[in-house]
Design a binder for this molecule. Structure first.
Ligand code: C2O
Length: 607
């Protein structure tokens, strides 16, 4: 098992001098460094899989004795310390012909830079409370959008294809335009790109709809699934005669409460009655899920996802998803899609869950845009009402994408252009109270017991540590005993009055098949036989890894990402202190086949 001390936040500094075989490892230019590390790796003839497999069980201290491994290892951890600025110039469509990679390079060359709109304020209303006028306009506008020929970039088919292209792995990062032969699958999920890209996408979708009915104040209703009265498929989407309807939805869920933890708690179907919204188990669980997602994830990298890095060729590896993406958002996709459907993806494989539950088809269901309006609203609330700070890294702020507006004119828009909803001339009508703000989880085990369990297991030598890589099987919770906690005395306030250091649990390599949905939960200090019950309602729940299936990857491409979970509130709420020295981390698999390459570790994070 890697020793935590040797794997602190800046491992590059801890490595021995660069081995002679890789002289350029310390090259200062990031892009150069990345390429050279990759060629260095080629020189020592490690295939990425060999590297991942070969590294298992190699203690960090031994890496110095294996220069090739050290270089490859380093490439995965620090080759991208600042993240990468993604622009359309660095993206290359990997397919031709009928496959969706809009827009054409000629159109992109003619894109204009975004300028803030001067239109009246568009006030987005909760879908379950939207006024009749708004609903009528949305029906008219969507009917007009559906009537456009597919070749029109404003058509519903084109809008849905945008999501398929960017979210289903149809672009490669570093194509010919990038003058680089690095060629990695690109996906706007699993990194800090997730929130701003989806904000841009629904913003232009809304503008196009308004344009089609000549109303520049038209506002997209949002699916208010974070309020009990909104925890169902909104009625406006259920009328089979309406352009807002989509047939590919889970029939069992059309009249049920939304379950924001569907892969966790199983398919709990409780009939939803809009006249008598209950305070049932599902509602409670949903509110606690939102509490964890919104309140516990205070730092930008925890909430929005971490830096985008294109590192490994032949994998999907961009970064780490934040709680905004991996929690309620992912569950709603899976909850809404039809598990009985089957779609052949661009990978030639069959995928279930269309439309919402498969990234290749999600944009074909109109409810998708209202779902993402709520995701966008939660980001907006986090940054405004909850007072959290977005990233200030130029690599994030200058990341840009192109979208068609209502004219249709192709517009190049940067992340820094979309951080203020008011400047984009839209706002959210927040009529429902934010009940999740007070839904703080409570301990499953009586306080004190948890800490005592750890002490006991430490004393008796604990259960044997599981072997890594670990392949997960539902029903088989895995306890990683006695994961050391760096003493909190090491927590020094950040220089310059910056953010406080915090304790995080890190899984740095999770491998999964991108074509399937996947999930596991992480709980702290609960006996493994009770761990499956310790969902978001309980303080012991530290968070989850979750992914939606996508279909654009090349055959054999595996996805590798990290998972970082903030731990301070969990430890405080279950009564674990410095004197405990360690915690037991229990991994609760919810789907089959995810591979955790290396054991989790606890770090004090400065930033
Ligand atoms: Cu790009 Cu909710 O998906």
């Amino acid at each position: 098992m890697a020793t935590p001390s040797a794997r602190a936040s800046c491992p590059l500094l801890l490595l021995p001098s660069p081995p002679p075989a890789c002289p350029s490892i310390l090259a200062t230019k990031r892009t150069q460094r990345r390429r050279r590390i990759l060629s260095c790796r080629a020189a020592v003839r490690f295939d990425r899989r060999d590297v991942l497999a070969g590294l298992t069980g190699v203690a960090a201290g031994e890496l110095g004795a294996h220069p090739g491994l050290a270089a490859a290892e380093d490439a995965s951890v620090v080759s991208c310390p600042r993240g990468e600025t993604v622009t359309d110039k660095l993206l290359a469509c990997q397919e031709a012909g009928q496959k969706p990679c809009p827009p054409t390079p000629a159109a992109t060359a003619a894109a204009v830079d975004f300028t803030p709109p001067t239109s009246p304020m568009r006030v987005r209303q909760p879908a379950h409370l939207a006024d009749a006028e708004t609903v009528k306009k949305y029906r008219q506008a969507l009917a007009a959008m559906r009537a456009l020929p597919d070749s029109d970039p404003r058509s519903f088919a084109s809008q849905a294809a945008i999501h398929q292209a960017y979210c289903d792995g149809h672009y490669r990062y570093g194509g010919p335009a990038a003058a680089s032969k690095d060629d990695a699958p690109f996906d706007v999920h699993f990194s800090w790109i997730f929130a701003p890209w989806h904000r841009m996408y629904i913003y232009f979708y809304e503008r196009i709809l308004g344009g089609l009915i000549g109303d520049d104040a038209f506002a997209l209703p949002y699916w208010n699934w974070d309020a009990p009265a909104g925890m169902a498929m909104p009625a406006i989407f259920k009328d089979a005669g309406s352009p807002l309807y989509d047939a590919n939805r889970d029939p069992a869920h059309l009249g049920a409460y939304v379950n924001l933890d569907i892969l966790n708690t199983g398919d709990t179907v409780i009939p939803f009655d809009p006249q008598a919204v209950q305070n049932n188990q599902v509602v409670q669980n949903n509110l606690c899920t939102l509490y964890v997602q919104m309140m516990r994830n205070k730092k930008a990298q925890d909430f929005l996802g971490d830096k985008f890095c294109a590192e490994y060729p032949s994998t999907v590896s961009s970064g780490t998803s934040g709680s905004l993406e991996s929690m309620a958002h992912t569950s709603v996709h899976i909850w809404a899609g039809d598990p009985g459907s089957s779609t052949v993806g661009n990978d030639g494989q069959e995928h279930t869950g269309a439309d919402m539950g498969f990234l290749g088809t999600a944009g074909r269901d109109p409810v998708f845009y209202s779902h993402h309006a709520n995701v966008d609203r939660l980001w907006h609330l986090w940054a405004t009402k909850l007072g959290r700070s977005n990233f200030d890294d130029p690599e994030w702020l200058d990341t840009s994408f192109v979208f068609y507006d209502e004219k249709p004119q192709l517009v190049r828009v940067r992340v820094r252009d979309v951080l203020d909803a008011a400047a984009l001339r839209y706002s959210y009508d927040d009529r429902e109270p934010l009940r999740w703000m007070d839904a703080r989880p409570t301990p499953l085990l009586p306080k004190g017991t948890a800490a005592a369990t750890t002490r006991r297991s430490l004393l008796r030598g604990a259960a044997p540590a599981p072997a890594f890589p670990l392949t997960l099987t539902p029903g088989q919770s895995v306890e990683v005993p006695s994961v050391p906690m760096p003493p909190r005395a090491q927590k020094t306030p950040a220089a310059g009055g910056g953010t406080q250091p915090d304790t995080v649990l890190v899984f740095d390599r999770i491998e999964f098949e991108p074509g399937r949905s996947g999930k596991f939960d992480v709980v702290i200090n609960v006996p493994p036989e009770q761990a499956a019950a310790a969902g978001p309602r309980y303080s012991e729940y530290a968070g989850s890894f979750a992914t939606l299936p996508r279909g654009g990857n090349r055959s054999g491409e595996t996805a590798v990402v990290a998972l970082v979970l903030p731990l301070d509130e969990v430890l405080a709420d279950i009564g674990v202190g410095d004197e405990d020295g360690a915690v037991n981390v229990v991994i609760v698999p919810r789907t089959q086949g995810i591979k955790i390459i290396r054991p989790p570790r606890i770090e004090i994070r400065e930033r």
